[in-house]
Design a protein. Structure first.
Length: 262
């Protein structure tokens, strides 16, 4: 982790690749649509470690990038602070928060529990668009075995998440699930350099393929069981590493320091 605060600058940062399920964006954005778009872009940058912990996010730079005043940027940053991704400090600015292992484990445990509720609280119908989006995602995954890239992998995970939360009929459950996902997404990206890349991609491939199979059976309960199983697998890999269980490093990706709670 950098020894001092790192300030954002105008960089060639990719915008999130949204998974379209038949909802095209209007050519003219409302204020709420603009807020959501900027929020999702900044949130994804944090989740992909484009803005690593201790980065100072500049309001002026973001206002210039998105061609808006500082007020909508400030509202986005306040929302991200509420979700635990940034900390707004007087005299310093908006700083990306640390990655706390203890907190993240609790978040993963809660995510596994809430996943069970997806099939219980008014799930939405599985459509052919869900399946075709997942099949495209599976094709992208298979291409990654020989291309270690943490950001591309993170986008795969984000896109899978977006498809799955579109199945959640309960608005409160969908919002909580989405927030918890992005609170914990950084931890997995952080640990990638310490794990076997081919194993990571294999897990991603198998999860996506098994979810597709369940969807083709119109089995929402099966989708939930697959998701919960691979969340547990992911948490087990992280726990094994922290206990000192050997994992070979599969790529030269540079790890980022994390904070261990007492």
């Amino acid at each position: 982790m950098p020894t001092g605060n790192k300030t954002t600058s105008k960089r060639n940062l990719k915008e999130p690749q949204s998974i379209s399920l038949g909802t095209a964006r209007s050519t003219k954005e409302s204020a709420n649509e603009r807020h959501q778009r900027i929020y999702q872009i900044i949130r994804e940058r944090i989740s992909l470690l484009q803005y690593p912990p201790h980065t100072v996010i500049g309001e002026i730079e973001l206002a210039d990038e998105f061609s808006v005043s500082r007020t909508p940027i400030r509202r986005v940053l306040q929302r991200l602070q509420y979700e635990g991704l940034v900390d707004i400090r007087s005299g310093v600015g908006t700083v990306v928060t640390d990655i706390d292992i203890k907190t993240m484990k609790e978040v993963y445990d809660l995510r596994m529990y809430l996943t069970e509720l997806i099939s219980e609280l008014s799930p939405r119908m599985i459509s052919s668009e869900h399946i075709s989006s997942l099949e495209a995602l599976l094709s992208r995954t298979k291409l990654m075995y020989d291309r270690p890239d943490s950001e591309d992998y993170g986008r795969l995970c984000n896109d899978l998440h977006e498809i799955l939360i579109s199945l959640i009929g309960s608005a409160p459950l969908r919002e909580i699930t989405d927030n918890l996902y992005y609170r914990s997404a950084r931890i997995w990206i952080t640990f990638l350099p310490n794990l076997v890349w081919s194993d990571v991609i294999h897990d991603q491939e198998m999860e996506t393929a098994e979810i597709i199979a369940a969807m083709k059976r119109n089995d929402i309960r099966g989708v939930v069981q697959v998701r919960r199983y691979y969340l547990h697998t992911l948490l087990t890999r992280i726990s094994d590493y922290l206990r000192g269980v050997s994992h070979a490093t599969a790529s030269p990706m540079k790890p980022i320091a994390i904070r261990l709670s007492d």
